[in-house]
Ligand binder design. Structure first.
Ligand SMILES: [Ca+2]
Ligand SMILES: [Ca+2]
Ligand SMILES: [Ca+2]
Length: 355
């Protein structure tokens, strides 16, 4: 077929369409012509069109039902104006569990006139296998202060042990990779919020850290101390800053650190964390100095830690804002916490003999 015939053929199809209820059957040649005409030099993803001629549900739903394998699990559905043309596009992430390992895909679906077109957006290969996870979070938010949303995508891999966060921006009519977290984040979670109230969103990534292992049994399902970082657009890229861990992990981190300081006999640091005189009860009324605390902890707490840790590490239970529990061989140790003027203090420590 010659080029003029191709164009004429395509135009006929174009003007015969009335609305999105009718799928455009684009001739194969036109699809190729369309791709070669529209794909600019900077466009990194192939543009495809739906070629299925069967009758289908109208609109984006029908289009995607034909496109996505029927056994795939839909992870995320977003509808936003990503490219700033005033019309909303659909973004759908899905996972195919069979064959193993699972494979993830992200499809961006846009209407152009009465025609729907899609681009398959796959996660970039990183240190972890990018195709063997599932998308656990996706947010459309303006993180770079240009007034248009980017796609912030969190891929959870290795049975949820690691997440990797990517940002896609829209340039030259299609999505391009704008940023990705450097390291996979252990037991991570992603959120987007305007934490400094300047009208631009920051990307927040919380993740587990291995601190506390001196006293804690960090089994597979155990609770880990967490850290939090936020990533703020600096005009060129996303600059990393420390963010405060949210509750209940703020309490949990405090409780673990407190027990660890006592175990290491770092009484000064432990003392700075307690609410006095409450922590020592009646013993604290006459002397709640560092010296008094050291004597109290040496007599009532360290022997308990010693006898339990001689038999194995403590097993943490689900943390709460004001209460954290650690199971030892002989005793359960509870740590009660209180928030005073925005700071967490250790209010009391309970020892509960098991037998
Ligand atoms: Ca749009
Ligand atoms: Ca933006
Ligand atoms: Ca902000």
């Amino acid at each position: 077929m010659r080029l003029t015939e191709l164009i004429a053929n395509a135009l006929t199809h174009y003007f015969c369409k009335d609305n999105l209820k009718t799928f455009v059957v684009v001739p194969m040649d036109w699809e190729q012509l369309s791709m070669s005409n529209e794909k600019g030099p900077d466009e990194p993803f192939p543009v495809e069109t739906n070629k299925n001629k069967k009758k289908s549900k109208p609109g984006m739903t029908g289009y995607l039902e034909k496109l996505i394998p029927s056994k795939a699990i839909i992870d995320i559905v977003l509808k936003e104006d990503f490219d700033g043309d005033g019309l909303e596009e659909a973004l759908v992430a899905y996972t195919e569990l069979i064959p193993f390992p699972p494979e993830t895909s992200v499809v961006w679906l846009k209407s152009e006139g009465a025609e729907l077109r899609h681009i398959v957006l796959l996660p970039e290969p990183g240190r972890m296998d990018a195709h063997s996870g599932i998308f656990d979070n996706a947010v459309a938010a303006d993180t770079d202060n240009d007034g248009l949303p980017e796609l912030v995508l969190s891929l959870s891999a290795d049975n949820g042990h690691y997440i990797s966060v990517s940002v896609y921006d829209w340039k030259n009519g299609g999505p391009v990779s704008a940023w990705k977290s450097e390291e996979p984040c252990y037991l991570g979670s992603m959120d987007v919020a305007d934490i400094d109230n300047d009208g631009v969103f920051e990307i927040i990534i919380d993740s587990g850290i291995m601190e506390g292992k001196e006293i804690l049994a960090l089994e597979e399902a155990g609770y880990h101390m967490r850290k939090s970082c936020f990533y703020k657009w600096d005009g060129n890229s996303y600059a990393e800053s420390v963010h405060e861990v949210r509750m209940p992990y703020l309490s949990y981190n405090s409780a673990v650190l407190f027990l660890e300081y006592l175990w290491r006999q770092d009484y000064k640091k432990a003392y700075e964390m307690v609410l006095m005189p409450a922590f020592m009860g009646l013993d604290g009324l006459d002397d709640c100095s560092l010296g008094g605390f050291k004597k109290y902890a040496g007599k009532h707490i360290r022997p308990v830690l010693r006898r339990n840790l001689s038999k194995g590490r403590l097993v943490p239970s689900e943390p709460y804002d004001n209460f954290c529990l650690f199971g030892g061989f002989y005793d359960d140790i509870s740590v009660e916490l209180v928030n005073r003027r925005g700071k967490i203090f250790i209010q009391s420590l309970g020892i509960h003999k098991k037998f």
